[in-house]
Design a protein around this ligand. Structure first.
Ligand SMILES: [Zn+2]
Ligand SMILES: [Zn+2]
Length: 493
């Protein structure tokens, strides 16, 4: 167990004695207040505000919406300047690719032959499995691409976050992985600096990030390798379940007038933001209510008790509570455990609300005949599902970075099934409307922004005055919100 940064006492930095330079070497001590005063003035300077703007924008919007915005800008550009024409040229000219797809082509041909044999059987005809919607190319675009890219996004973000966790609580393990990776076949052919950066990116940054942990506790899996294996096995099972559910969603989408072919004709610039806003609202609604009901303690009367008969409300409550309890086995968060939950929860909470939006807009398009605006586009669907997966994992990292603040979900896990449970939604709309938005996580994010601004201005002040910062001043940006008393003694562990 690494005692360097773990279980830091909330007031560690605040209570540490100020070591003023010059105290021990006989030179007159500096007045640390000079830097403090100047830092305040610096924060008012126009140039300072401008220099802090980019990180402020990333922090307040979040990395996923920002990436979506940049993609949208790219879409506007391509719609206006015809980058698509080049892509179309490359794809409609098969000669350019001939000879490079040998294995893939033979796989497609063989699987098409087997499929043909299968679909001619009586069993397949009865179940209408001979539908053209089920041809391999359609399944490739709708199921394989989506499953593969979302799984990869999940695993990739979870591993990046896990690297910091490992550095924190099992540094020797990370070291061993690095040695093993260097000894492996690909490792022998890759530059050493690449591997070093993958396993040990910026030594001091690791410490800083793990100190930015929001809750002063660890996920169960970080103390028990059997628990970690349980999490990994459960997550892989849920990734497989997700592929099956995506398959069902794809079949449903193909029953509409959804254009599953033209992947190269991009949607109009204004369409993806509009559709994603609608999908976001649908997701918030269909995620919020089951999640809210699941967190209503036994015996308490939630909104569902007002609209449903008592027996039904009780049954629904205990069904959803049971489905959701695996995910809350640990109060602390770990990125890889984002989809550590029961199959029922994976389908009802994590998949159904996200997959419903694209289906709804396509049905609206069919009914209104306005497919240009409401028709679900394959590219928008891909972006939406990747963004949803990334957001889900990022909400579980457990520590603040300058571009990701998982505070509200940490607060949700901290209070779990207690009377003070908060933050049930994805977009926060229903949380605001029904007053279940956590206050502490919002305050925490604002506090941290102020601390970071103070840290940056103190660094500039120290340069200008030539007076070194005291230990307390160098820790300003790292102190974070650990002095939060989130632990609710009334909530059972
Ligand atoms: Zn929950
Ligand atoms: Zn969670």
């Amino acid at each position: 167990m690494d005692g360097k940064t773990r279980n830091r006492k909330p007031t560690a930095a605040a209570s540490s004695p100020a070591i003023t330079p010059g105290e021990n070497d006989g030179t007159p001590p500096f007045d640390p207040q000079i830097n403090e005063r100047m830092a305040k003035e610096i924060q008012m300077e126009f140039g300072f505000r401008i220099s802090q703007l980019p990180s402020k924008v990333v922090r307040s919007t979040g990395i996923v919406p920002l990436c979506l915005f940049l993609l949208w800008m790219l879409l506007i550009y391509t719609n206006h300047y015809g980058l698509t024409s080049m892509l179309i040229f490359l794809s409609v000219n098969p000669k350019m690719c001939s000879g490079q797809l040998g294995y893939w082509e033979s796989f497609i041909h063989r699987s098409t032959d087997y499929r043909k044999l299968f679909t001619e059987t009586r069993f397949a005809r009865t179940l209408r499995l001979d539908s053209p919607a089920l041809n391999p190319y359609s399944l490739w675009r709708g199921v394989v691409v989506i499953s593969f890219s979302t799984s990869l996004t999940y695993i990739w973000i979870a591993l990046i976050a896990l690297r910091h966790e490992l550095w924190h609580w099992k540094p020797e393990l990370l070291e061993r992985y690095l040695v093993d990776a260097k000894a492996s076949f690909p490792g022998r052919h890759l530059p050493e600096s690449w591997l070093n950066s993958v396993f040990n990116l910026y030594e001091s940054e690791h410490a800083k990030r793990t100190r930015n942990r929001i809750q002063n506790r660890n996920h169960r899996a970080s103390d028990d390798h059997r628990e970690l294996l349980k999490v990994v096995r459960c997550v892989f099972r849920n990734l497989l379940v997700s592929s099956c559910v995506v398959f069902v969603m794809w079949l449903a989408l193909l029953q509409t007038q959804f254009d599953s072919h033209n992947i190269l004709k991009l949607p109009r610039s204004m369409v993806p933001p509009l559709q994603i806003a609608v999908w976001h609202l649908i997701t918030d609604t269909f995620y919020y209510f089951p999640h809210y009901i699941a967190h209503t303690p036994r015996g308490s009367k939630g909104i569902h008790h007002k609209v449903l008969p008592e027996v039904l409300a009780e049954r629904l409550g205990s069904f959803l509570r049971n489905a959701h309890k695996t995910h809350h086995r640990s109060k602390a968060n770990l990125a890889i455990a984002a989809w550590y939950c029961s199959v029922t929860e994976q389908i009802l909470f994590n998949l159904f609300p996200v997959l419903l939006g694209p289906l709804v807009t396509q049905i609206v398009a069919d009914k209104t005949g306005n497919s240009t605006v409401w028709g679900t586009h394959l590219i928008t669907l891909y972006v939406w599902l990747l963004a949803g997966t990334a957001t889900s994992v990022l909400a579980h990292t457990g520590f603040r970075t300058s571009w990701n603040d998982p505070g509200s979900h940490d607060e949700h896990h901290e209070y779990a099934f207690g009377q003070h449970a908060v933050n049930f939604g994805t977009a926060g709309l229903w949380d605001r409307v029904l007053g279940t938005k956590g206050i502490k996580s919002t305050e925490g994010a604002i506090d941290w922004q102020h601390q970071r601004l103070k840290q940056a201005s103190l660094a500039i002040a120290s340069k200008r005055t030539g007076i070194p910062l005291t230990r307390e001043q160098t820790l300003v940006g790292e102190q974070q919100v650990l002095d939060y008393e989130w632990i609710d003694s009334r909530v059972e562990e």
